[in-house]
Ligand binder design. Structure first.
Ligand code: GH3
Ligand code: MG
Ligand code: MG
Ligand code: MG
Length: 323
């Protein structure tokens, strides 16, 4: 169900949201050291846009780092190297996605080539036709709005797709891919991979006695304790419900068992504060441990062994580690 909810939310982001391109009006930076010339261009644009003028490259770069939708850059400026500025705009993290229209002199073919190589989005030759200027500006701003929208949603969906929303740990889907890659390495004679399957004991009782919200608090607190007890290269995962898995690269069965014991003690050793500290809950966990064994082993088989060991820990009385 959780998986379905998560994917529904994801689809909502993409299919449900409207791409509001609105008008193509935007904030346009006009860069030219010939102030009158720059002001004429700005005046043409001011009917539908908010133009700002800069005459110095350093200031232009600073302004470009604020929210700018388009830069119109005179590459034939006398006081500074326009192509160099274009290259700086393209290479700076904060400005690389801002479209640039290079204004070139009518007879400057080599500069056109150079500008395109640097990655300017469009070229405008002097003398500037106001209508052409307006049309090219509009096109670039629309394109930027759309690619910004796609980029934001892609980042968001990628993040959602691999993260458990309750605890912030990675989810099962993400683990699957990583585990397979690690197991392939191990099977090819690399270092072993260890894994833990962890299940919270009598979790249903917590929900039944204190409510689902408190159950969620316990899951979040557990995730914090879990993550703080594994190395940065280990992968703690919420596998589902109140079940967690930790995948540990370069870890033998012995070592995995010791880590499991440390996690168990760190949970059982101090109560969980819930309801804003009003209530202290004793929580225990059962852990099954396994590690890759030989070239014929698969990650699925290892997980099954760890899962079986976890059930063995339950049947032996819970709050224990079984390898
Ligand atoms: P055992 O010691 O055998 O593991 O007992 P248990 O009660 O922990 O095991 P059981 O699998 O019967 O119950 C797990 C419960 O976890 C049932 C389910 O409602 C609850 N649960 C699963 N996901 C969530 C969640 O995201 N939030 C909360 N609050 N509860 C959850
Ligand atoms: Mg259970
Ligand atoms: Mg349980
Ligand atoms: Mg369970």
């Amino acid at each position: 169900l959780r998986e379905r909810e998560a994917s529904g939310r994801r689809m909502g982001v993409i299919a449900g949201a409207h791409v509001r391109l609105g008008g193509a009006g935007g904030r346009i930076l006009v860069v030219d050291d010939h102030i009158r010339q720059a002001q004429r261009v700005a005046a043409e644009l001011s009917v539908e846009h908010r133009p700002v003028v800069e005459t110095e490259p350093d200031k232009a770069l600073l302004t470009a780092k604020g929210a700018v939708d388009l830069i119109i850059l005179n590459t034939a400026a006398r006081g500074f190297d326009g192509l160099r500025l274009a290259a700086q705009i393209r290479s700076d993290e904060q400005t690389r996605n801002v479209p640039v229209i290079a204004v070139v002199d009518f007879d400057e073919r080599p500069k056109v080539m150079k500008a395109l190589e640097i990655g300017v989005n469009d070229i405008l030759a002097r003398p500037i036709d106001p209508q052409e200027l307006a049309a090219r500006a509009r096109t670039q701003i629309r394109r930027k709005r759309y690619t910004d929208y796609l980029r934001d949603n892609l980042d968001q969906s990628l993040e959602l797709a691999v993260t458990d929303q309750l605890t912030g740990l990675h989810n099962r889907r993400y683990m699957q891919g990583r585990l397979e890659a690690l197991a392939r390495r191990a099977a090819a004679g690399g270092e072993p991979v260890g894994c833990l399957v962890i299940d919270i004991d009598h979790f249903k009782k917590i929900n039944d006695s204190f409510g689902h919200e408190v159950g969620d608090e316990v899951l979040r607190e557990f995730a914090v304790r879990l993550a703080s007890n594994v190395r940065a290269i280990d992968l703690p995962v919420r596998y589902g419900g109140e079940e967690f898995v930790v995948v540990m690269p370069d870890t033998s069965l012995d070592v995995a068992q010791r880590i499991a014991e440390r996690i168990r003690l760190h949970v059982a050793g101090s109560p969980f504060r819930v309801l804003g500290g009003e209530e202290l809950l004793s929580v225990t966990i059962s852990i099954g441990v396994a590690a890759t064994a030989g070239a014929d082993d698969t990650p699925q088989a290892m997980l099954r062994r760890a899962d079986a060991a976890m059930y063995e820990a339950k049947s032996q009385g819970r709050n224990r580690v079984i390898a």
